[in-house]
Design a protein around this ligand. Structure first.
Ligand code: SF4
Length: 126
């Protein structure tokens, strides 16, 4: 069964409107949504041609990996975030909040990264 799903491109913070054709459970075609209020049917080359190859890329990470002496091990999100939080807190305790630099930019890291680091070091220089 084929259907068209209305969504947004999440490659960058522009979040252009996107219509995705889905056949069964697989994305087969992407085009701009002419009814989206800001992008009005426009998708850049990255949005138009990049979404499907990335979703189905054979090396796409689908779970967090933790580097161990035996190589990368698949772990739960809870374990991965707990590990990262513990390491960041220990760095902050040892060196102060200026030990880390916050970098912002597209694509995905922008919004999530901003919220994460803002809650971690709300008043310290970044
Ligand atoms: S990557 Fe291109 S299509 Fe996707 S949101 Fe950004 S500008 Fe829009």
């Amino acid at each position: 069964m084929s259907q068209t799903v209305r969504t947004i491109c999440s490659y960058c913070h522009a979040n252009c409107g996107m219509l995705v054709q889905v056949d069964g459970e697989k994305m087969t075609r992407v085009k701009g949504d002419p009814d989206h209020p800001s992008s009005r049917g426009y998708l850049c080359k990255q949005g138009l041609h990049g979404n499907i190859p990335i979703v189905y890329h054979k090396e796409r990470l689908k779970a967090p990996l933790l580097r161990t002496a035996k190589g990368f091990q698949k772990v739960s999100w809870e374990e991965a975030l707990g590990f990262a939080a513990d390491r960041l807190l220990s760095l902050r305790e040892k060196y102060g909040s200026t030990i880390l630099v916050r970098e912002m930019g597209a694509p995905y890291t922008y919004e999530g990264g901003t919220r994460f680091f803002s809650s971690w070091a709300p008043s310290g220089p970044t």
